[in-house]
Design a protein around this ligand. Structure first.
Ligand code: SAM
Length: 346
């Protein structure tokens, strides 16, 4: 396995067969080697800096019905909310005071936020915080809409492809959603000039090593600026309630592998990772990640943005707990920085 990790570092790519072999043949020893190499590459490009993003979960209404997601349309047991423009701006003001220079607006696909409302919101945020980056994570839209958001001040866009295998995609989503549409959206975003993030859930129901290999090949082709990789965690009110969660080990392995494959990528240690293990975030950073996304949403709304069970959103996962996060990062020799933290990927 070691020779495959060395090849990955040297050539920044592997064939599908090699990926499967590496994923299936992992051992603790090869993981340790992979993480050492991943840290080395990360230090070359980003030093010991950890970038922070203030996550604003601004609506949990969603027109989609993804089988894995707790805010899916059919979940009747969820209190739905949307933040007002003023509440969102207050989150940004609070975040700015705390040192955040990137705001991530994430939400379900909520038609209430029309193109016009989104453009107005983006212009207001950009007007008040011109030195900050705005990241959108609002799902699939028409190219013209993405263009309008970009013009209004959005800099980055997160849209995980979830799985690059057609059959697996239909296993995770109802028939009105298609992998081709998702991919088209990602290519459109890239063309428009966004810094684009894609990614997957690790251990999603039905996922095989072959699927993961296809995910890695797709990410290589897309060459995104950011890659979001976190474990799948079941939610009690979804069709996948009884499925098992993705593992810490496989998630860390994939973070390390992506760091070697896309050396300059921005790679968050996700909330889902710290939900399945109390030290998940630190372990993610030590596997090659360089971003964390503390929660900046109003405290009373956080519990309603329940993508999966027991999602962490307080303490070191909260924007107001930044001091805890800083101390945690210092413990392992890294430093939280107050900067936009743009991607070095062209
Ligand atoms: N609606 C937008 C979209 O689909 O990109 C943004 C919000 S969506 C809830 C954000 C991400 O949450 C998804 O890309 C998915 O990977 C993740 N997610 C949803 N349900 C999850 C679960 N049960 N476990 C882990 N991650 C989950």
């Amino acid at each position: 396995m070691k020779h495959l990790i060395e090849k990955l570092e040297r050539e920044q790519s592997l064939t599908k067969e090699e990926w499967v072999c590496l994923i299936e043949g992992r051992t603790e020893e090869t993981d340790t080697f992979l993480f050492e190499r991943a840290r080395e590459i990360r230090h070359q490009h980003y030093g010991k800096d950890v970038y922070i993003r203030g996550l604003i979960e601004f609506t949990n209404f969603c027109r989609n019905n993804c089988y894995y997601c707790g805010i899916r349309r059919s979940n009747q047991n969820l209190h739905r909310y949307r933040l007002t423009e003023e509440e969102i701006l207050d989150c940004c003001r609070n975040g700015y005071r705390l040192g955040f220079r990137t705001f991530v607006l994430q939400g379900g696909e909520d038609g209430w936020f029309t193109e016009e409302k989104m453009v107005d919101l983006l212009q207001k945020i950009k007007g008040e915080f011109p030195d900050c980056a705005i990241t959108l994570s609002v799902g699939e839209r028409k190219k013209e809409e993405y263009e309008a958001y970009f013009k209004a001040g959005a800099d980055r866009f997160l849209l995980r492809h979830e799985t690059a295998n057609e059959e697996h995609y239909s296993f995770l989503h109802p028939k009105e959603l298609s992998l081709q549409e998702r991919k088209d959206c990602l290519w459109n975003l890239r063309k428009i000039g966004y810094q684009v993030g894609s990614g997957i859930m690790v251990g999603s129901p039905g996922q095989t090593a072959g699927h993961l290999a296809e995910d890695l090949l797709f990410l290589k082709e897309l060459n995104p600026h950011m890659v979001g990789i976190g474990p799948f965690i079941p939610h009690k009110d979804t069709p996948f309630a009884k499925e098992t969660a993705g593992t810490l080990e496989l998630t860390l392995f994939l973070l390390g592998a992506v760091r070697l494959m896309l050396p300059k990528v921005l790679l968050p240690a996700t909330t889902a990772l710290s939900t399945i293990h109390p030290d998940g975030r630190k372990m993610g950073i030590l596997a090659g990640a360089n971003v964390v996304m503390p929660n900046l949403s109003p405290k009373e709304n956080r519990k309603f943005y329940s993508l999966y069970d027991n999602k962490r959103c307080m303490g070191d996962e909260a924007a107001e707990g930044l001091a805890l996060l800083q101390a945690e990062m210092e413990e392992i020799g890294y430093h939280v920085v107050s900067a936009r933290g743009d991607s070095l990927v062209e």
